[in-house]
Each structure stands twice: as structure tokens, then as C-alpha cells.
Design a protein around this ligand. Structure first.
Ligand code: ZN
Length: 340
């Protein structure tokens, strides 16, 4: 089967129309006709080869929603015609310690969806059915797509680090990840504070679930928030005043980093020791958590705020994300937008 797609042919290049031939499906694979694919910042890091792992031609895309159109011989869990989603991870060894413990997102042999294999800026994708997830009917495809990577990235730390009511949770950076983190933390019954450099985001942050808003460009405001949070989730991909944010934590507080800030997090040992604070990271989530996150989103009406653009406008959309103009996630679609 020929699959049409958009691919980068070198670092920092525009995507071009491309196609490849999909060979026969593996025993556990499904072939998905893609209707929607979100644009994640990681796609742009991959296009630019920021992580030194990109192989060209590179077909980005790992926030995929579509319909199962073919199944490998051993696929039982998904039916033809079923609406499914695929996120960052497309494979794991299923044999190592981490896979056996149900932490397949930590598998050493994990296979990302759009690294060394074509991703979701395409008409279709063949993927291991164990990494394709049924989408609850309450979620629209365009809103569900960003949950598959952005959503699980912020949902997983809340569950992993046992964050629940009535804890006070701060979310730094109200963008693609942060706008979902606010909704999840509210859904967990926490008291939620949005920390942002952009005061104009206050109204929307509050509509999304924040009770409080701190403008972090104003150091006095940030100082006022000292020792007020049990957990701070950093969803920014820039550097922060880390010392100030450690000060925002209450004793035993945790700073959880999910945004890829480029430079070292400069914090002295004393900052961690004195009030028994912790800095932790988190990467996507295991398969069970992804399934749970989708169900939680359906139950609590958690939705990514999206702007839908035709797949053929992928380059325009990427430019918008690069310029930080997406509010809050752009989702590409193969469905004709005529009449909309
Ligand atoms: Zn992603």
C-alpha cells in the first residue's frame, strides 16, 4: 500500500510531499487511516535534529487519531472501523524489567512513533496494536489527538507522584502542555495556580481550571507565592529562575519537569536538603495510564484547545508553532475542511 505523507529531507527544512510503500502488516500491527495528527514541539525538535537522533526523510507526527482499516493476524483487541489514537511510543521489547513492571515507557528498546520510522503527518500508519488506544466516544478526534502525547505527559506525573486533593499544584507555562495540566490538576481536585510570563493568559487559565494566576515576569508576584505549592509542574521549554521556583515549594514539595528546558537546572544541595524538596522528571506514561487518561478526559470533559488545519498546510502550521502562536495545539487533518 502506498502511503502519502509530508517529510523533512534534512535538518530545519520545510516538509515536502512524499510517499512510501507500506509492506505487509506484522502479526500484532494495525493499519490506521489517519484523520487527525497534532503538532507537538518534539516534532519540531526532530525536524531540526536537535536531539541527534533524526533520520531523513523524516515524517513527523505522534499525536495521531484515525480508524483501523486492517489488522495483523494476532490482533484481537481492536476492530476494523474502530477509532484509535497513537502517541509518542510505537514499540517496546515487552521482556525487560521495566516492561515487565508495566513501565514500558521506560524500556531501553522503546521505539518512538516518528523516529527511524514514518509518523503521522500522513494518510495512514502501520503500528503495533498494543500502542494504539481506543478513543472514548465523548472525545472529538481533534481534541483527543493532543492528549496522546501532550495529555499523557502531564497526566502521568500527577498519578506517579500521587498528587491529589487538596494539594496545591502550580503549572508553569500555559501552552500545549500547561493548558492540559491545569485541567487535569483541577480534575484531581487540587487547588491550581497558573504561572506564566504572559499576563494576557490569566482569563483563559482561570477558565481552564486555575484558581490563581501568577505573572512570573513580575519578581515581586513570584516572591509572594513563596512556600505555597506542594507541587510545581514545569511545562516550559525555556529556562526558568529555578531557585525562585524551588522557593515557591512548601517543605517536601516537588518540582516536576516535563518541558525540555535547554540548560542545566541550577539548584544547590542546600535548597533540596533544608525543606526536603525534590526535583523529578517524567516521560509520557505507560499504556495503562494512557488508557486511563483518555477515560478520565472523557469523564471530566478535558479537551485540548485546538486549531485545525489541513494536512497540506503542515509547513504553515509548523511555522506557527515555532513562533509560539498556537493556542494551544494545532491539529492537522486529512478530512476536507470545505464548508466549515
Ligand atoms: Zn510529543
Amino acid at each position: 500500500m502506498k502511503i502519502d505523507c509530508y517529510a523533512a529531507f534534512g535538518p530545519k527544512q520545510q516538509l515536502k510531499k512524499h510517499s512510501y510503500t507500506q509492506e505487509e502488516l506484522g502479526l500484532h500491527d494495525v493499519l490506521i487511516a489517519i484523520t487527525h495528527c497534532g503538532i507537538c514541539h518534539s516534532d519540531i525538535h526532530l525536524i531540526d535534529d536537535d536531539w541527534g537522533m533524526s533520520v531523513y526523510p523524516l515524517v513527523p507526527g505522534h499525536e495521531i487519531v484515525g480508524t483501523v482499516i486492517e489488522r495483523g493476524e494476532k490482533v484481537q483487541s481492536l476492530k476494523k472501523g474502530e477509532r484509535v489514537g497513537v502517541g509518542w511510543q510505537a514499540g517496546a521489547c515487552f521482556e525487560c524489567e521495566w516492561c515487565m513492571k508495566g513501565d514500558e515507557n521506560l524500556c531501553d528498546k522503546d521505539q518512538p512513533t516518528c523516529v527511524r520510522r514514518p509518523g503521522g503527518y500522513a494518510t495512514a500508519i502501520a503500528i503495533d496494536s498494543r500502542f494504539a488506544f481506543s478513543i472514548p466516544p465523548e472525545l472529538s478526534s481533534e481534541n483527543a489527538a493532543p492528549l496522546l502525547c501532550g495529555g499523557i505527559t502531564v497526566y502521568s506525573p500527577l498519578r506517579q507522584y500521587d498528587i491529589k486533593a487538596p494539594m496545591k499544584v502550580g503549572v508553569v507555562g500555559i501552552g500545549g502542555l500547561g493548558h492540559l495540566a491545569l485541567q487535569f490538576a483541577k480534575g484531581f481536585g487540587c487547588e491550581v495556580t497558573a504561572f506564566s510570563h504572559t499576563p494576557s493568559k490569566e482569563k483563559e487559565a482561570k477558565e481552564l481550571g486555575a484558581q490563581h494566576f501568577v505573572n512570573i515576569s513580575d519578581s515581586a508576584e513570584l516572591k509572594k507565592a513563596s512556600r505555597s505549592m506542594d507541587t510545581v509542574i514545569s511545562a516550559v521549554s525555556s529556562d526558568l529562575d529555578w531557585k525562585a521556583f524551588m522557593g515557591v515549594l512548601r517543605p517536601k514539595g516537588k518540582l516536576i519537569v516535563v518541558g525540555a528546558s535547554p540548560n542545566p537546572i541550577n539548584v544547590t544541595a542546600g535548597v533540596l536538603i533544608g525543606d526536603q524538596k525534590m526535583i523529578a522528571g517524567s516521560v509520557i506514561g505507560n499504556r495503562w495510564l494512557i488508557k486511563e487518561m483518555l477515560e478520565f478526559s472523557a469523564r471530566h470533559n478535558i479537551q485540548a484547545k485546538t486549531e485545525v488545519m489541513p494536512m497540506s498546510d503542515a509547513n504553515t502550521a509548523i511555522k506557527k508553532v515555532r513562533e509560539n502562536k498556537a493556542r494551544y495545539r494545532i491539529v492537522l487533518t486529512n478530512i476536507s475542511q470545505k464548508g466549515k
